[in-house]
Design a protein around this ligand. Structure first.
Ligand SMILES: Cc1ncc(COP(=O)(O)O)c(C=O)c1O
Length: 426
């Protein structure tokens, strides 16, 4: 008799009839540009997601959904107050009080000079790219170019998606390739070799969140920073996923010291507290001066509601000392995970990569943790990419830092993660 049916042979369905009905309606009318797990969220609080059929799951993919904790009272209160008694959509064509608060707190926390607000992450990385290319024209370069490294993810704007996401063969978007970006291998020799008279900057993630996560090293990051200095070009760093405490720092590059400081960063995701889309390009005077009236902007970039949400989030990060909390809990979490056979674990704070050996996807293990029969606690984390050379598949654990405790980590690892992941590899 078979005592264990491997996860990829099991059937995973919505957890109840109400969930199934929502899924049916969405699948019938939404564009199919995502492949969600069959779990419906009706309500969220702290680390928990609640479905309409009476089930709940721990949200361990909170870097993706941009959350420090679900429904943080301070953020909710600030947004409610602004909605009830503030101004609604005030455009950047005039000034607003919340905008003053936001740009002040962001510059103070990051040590940069200026902030250009946007809304979703992809629009800020697109603005960052435009800023770099505009600097190129200013320098008299006819065909300016920015170097990015393979396996990057900077959102879905044309310039990034058409220049390949993870695997050029996947070719997510059948559109003509946009000029202005050069994609190279992520090693210092390849980056160095790609620099020529057209290069205006290098744009990277400190750690590549969507690609694994794949973590950088201090030596590699500093070598890139040194290259940009020697060549008089800019270094821009996408901290949309890794910033705001997730990796134990306000910006993950800070792990490598002040000499690593890029010319600018992009922030997003957690900046809006999971309620309002807020993103920004934040940088030195020298880089930011390129944004002149009319060269960039957006209706919802820096509008009052976004600003109050961002201020509440940033105050919360400072008051609760989220970066330090994340460092401690990250260590604790990986310590527990490393006792599980069949997996390898690496982390920066609460951005954790789990490698499952000898499988080409972690999808079924992730399905089991969320949707398996009688699982308690249910846990939501999503399968990532496979690394064919190493013969491993990735999943990422990114719990909401503000809502995590050692007890919750014990509960999750002992009851669900360890039993499932220890049997997930072939
Ligand atoms: C590093 C990074 N940059 C940019 C983006 C795009 O952000 P958004 O989905 O808000 O457009 C993401 C989203 O996952 C990201 O992880």
């Amino acid at each position: 008799m078979q005592d264990f049916l491997s996860y990829n042979k099991r059937q995973y369905s919505p957890l109840g009839p109400r969930s199934a009905e929502f899924i049916r309606r969405i699948d019938a009318h939404s564009a199919h540009n995502y492949e969600p797990y069959p779990f419906v969220v009706e309500r969220a609080k702290g680390p928990w997601l609640y479905d309409p059929d009476g089930n709940k799951a721990l949200d361990f993919l909170s870097a993706y959904s941009a959350i420090l904790t679900h429904q943080h009272p301070g953020v909710i209160e600030a947004v409610k107050k602004e909605m009830a008694a503030g101004c609604d959509l005030v455009s950047r064509a005039i000034y607003s009080a919340p905008f003053a608060d936001m740009v002040e707190i962001i510059t103070r926390l990051t040590g940069y000079d200026r902030v250009m607000p946007k809304s979703d992450g992809g629009s800020s990385t697109d603005s960052a790219l435009s800023g770099l290319l505009m600097h190129g024209y200013e320098r008299g370069i006819k065909n300016p170019e920015v170097i990015v490294t393979e396996n990057y993810f900077h959102g879905r704007s044309w310039i990034f998606t058409s220049n390949a996401l993870f695997d050029p063969e996947q070719s997510f978007r059948k559109v003509p390739r946009a000029r202005g970006v050069v994609v190279v291998k992520d090693n210092i020799d390849a980056i160095k070799a790609a620099i020529d008279k057209n290069t205006v900057g290098i744009f990277i993630e400190t750690h590549k969140g969507e690609a694994g996560p794949l973590f950088s090293t201090k030596a590699h990051f500093l070598a890139i920073r040194q290259l940009t200095r020697e060549n008089g070009i800019f270094l821009g760093v996408d901290e949309i996923q890794t910033g705001l405490g997730r990796c134990g720092y306000i910006m993950a590059w800070q792990e490598y010291g002040e000499e690593a400081r890029p010319d600018f960063v992009t922030l997003g995701k957690a900046l809006g507290g999971g309620i309002i889309p807020v993103s920004a390009v934040v940088g030195t005077e020298e880089f930011m001066k390129i944004y002149t009236p009319g060269s960039d902007g957006s209706t919802f970039g820096g509008y009052p509601l976004a600003c109050v949400a961002a201020c509440a989030v940033l105050n919360y990060i400072i008051e609760e000392n989220i970066p330090e909390k994340v460092k401690e809990l990250g260590q604790y979490f990986v310590g527990k995970l490393r006792t599980i056979p069949g997996i390898e674990v690496e982390n920066r704070g609460l951005l954790i990569r789990v490698e499952i050996k000898n499988v080409d996807t972690a999808k079924y293990a992730c399905h089991e943790m969320l949707l398996g029969k009688n699982r308690n606690p249910r846990i939501f984390m999503k399968h990532g990419h496979a690394n064919r050379e190493k013969n491993v598949a990735y999943t990422r654990i990114a719990p909401p830092p503000g809502a995590m405790t050692k007890e919750l980590i014990d509960f999750a690892v002992e009851n669900t993660i360890a039993p499932v992941l220890s049997r997930a590899s072939k």
